[in-house]
Design a protein around this ligand. Structure first.
Ligand code: MF3
Ligand code: CO
Ligand code: CO
Length: 329
């Protein structure tokens, strides 16, 4: 493993995003259980986080810079939603303070891309990851967008990654194990010929941006923590078209920005993310809003017990705009 990337390991104690430490001892994990009032707070934060992505969707098109997208999102979170962009100034141990109100991860960028002055161009695939704090609660979610039509390969990667996230979500219920989620995601993605990034994982989310548990996107069924009602965590698989390996983005003469991660082979990478509650009977996706893409057919419970989503809402984007890539199977 490249020096520097080791910083991602064992980061859970410092509240880091993602992480992977072989030494991690699951027996010591204490996963917060949310009360009914906490869950109400998380439903609101989750809906707002999803609504930021709804608001941004028509702007994600050729010629727009990721900095412009960042500014739109910042102003919406602060002035319209009365919330706080969780990523702005976010500084886990070993990282510089994150300088923007969302992450924009383009093409071969796996995660944590920082908005900049380069305009989007047709064919780009971009993940936009938004976390809003509202009344102290964090709602964390991301979607993929394809600028213009995009190649068949790019669209397929985004679609398979969306379905991979949902393969994990539908495993969520009391008594299930975290390994069940990772296994479902991994087997699905690998059967499609793609690979699963190992160094970053989902995470508990609530009063803290990143808390226990770690939610791996690969693994073995029947292993790791047992889910209980009131747990809330993200499922956010990063899926590569090529090999699973990653590296820090040190291309060119620029100093490393401290955040941007790319695929080692520079193949395309995609990611989708939801914040998910374990209910008494299954799951409820908290990051849901009128513009949320339809759940796949195999997720017959859809978003679960969520409120506030318009049942007929689908993303209808003009052909010259980016479309959140959710086509029917
Ligand atoms: N939203 C990311 C996640 O899903 C974390 C981004 S941290 C940042 O966990 F500082 F890079 F913004
Ligand atoms: Co997250
Ligand atoms: Co996120």
């Amino acid at each position: 493993m490249e020096e520097g990337i080791e910083r991602f390991c064992n980061g859970a104690a410092s509240g880091q995003t993602t992480i992977l430490g072989a030494e991690w001892d699951n027996a010591r994990m204490a996963i917060p259980i949310k009360t009914a009032a906490d869950i109400d707070g998380m439903r609101l934060a989750g809906r707002l986080a999803s609504e930021v992505l709804d608001m941004l969707t028509p702007y994600v098109r050729a010629g727009v810079t990721t900095k412009e997208i960042d500014r739109l999102a910042h102003d919406y979170m602060v002035n319209v939603q009365g919330g706080i962009p969780a990523t702005l100034g976010y500084q886990p141990a070993g990282y510089p303070a994150y300088p923007a109100s969302l992450c924009t991860s383009l093409n071969d960028v796996v995660c944590h891309g920082i908005p900049d002055d380069r305009p989007l161009k047709n064919g780009d695939v971009i993940n936009i990851d938004v976390t809003v704090i509202k009344n102290g609660w964090h709602g964390d979610n991301s979607r993929m967008f394809v600028v213009g039509e995009g190649s068949i390969a790019a669209r397929r990667l985004c679609k398979i990654t969306f379905d991979a996230m949902w393969k994990g979500i539908v495993k969520v219920r009391p008594g299930a194990r975290l390994g069940d989620i990772g296994h479902a995601i991994q087997t699905f993605a690998e059967n499609e010929g793609f690979s699963v990034v190992r160094e970053f994982c989902g995470h508990g989310v609530g009063a803290k941006f990143h808390e226990e548990p770690q939610v791996l996107h690969y693994g073995r069924p029947g292993t790791l923590e047992t889910l209980e009602p009131g747990m809330i965590f993200t499922i956010e698989p990063m899926i590569n078209a090529g090999k699973r390996d990653i590296k820090e983005d040190r291309k060119g003469a620029r100093p490393y920005d401290g955040w941007t991660i790319v695929t080692r082979d520079r193949s395309l990478s995609a990611q989708w993310e939801h914040s998910v509650l374990v209910t008494e009977t299954g799951y409820e996706v908290l990051t849901v809003s009128a513009g949320s893409p339809d759940a796949p057919e195999f997720a017959s419970a859809g978003y679960g017990g969520s409120v506030g989503r318009h049942p007929s809402a689908t993303l209808q984007a003009p052909a010259d705009r980016a479309s959140a890539l959710v086509t029917s199977p």
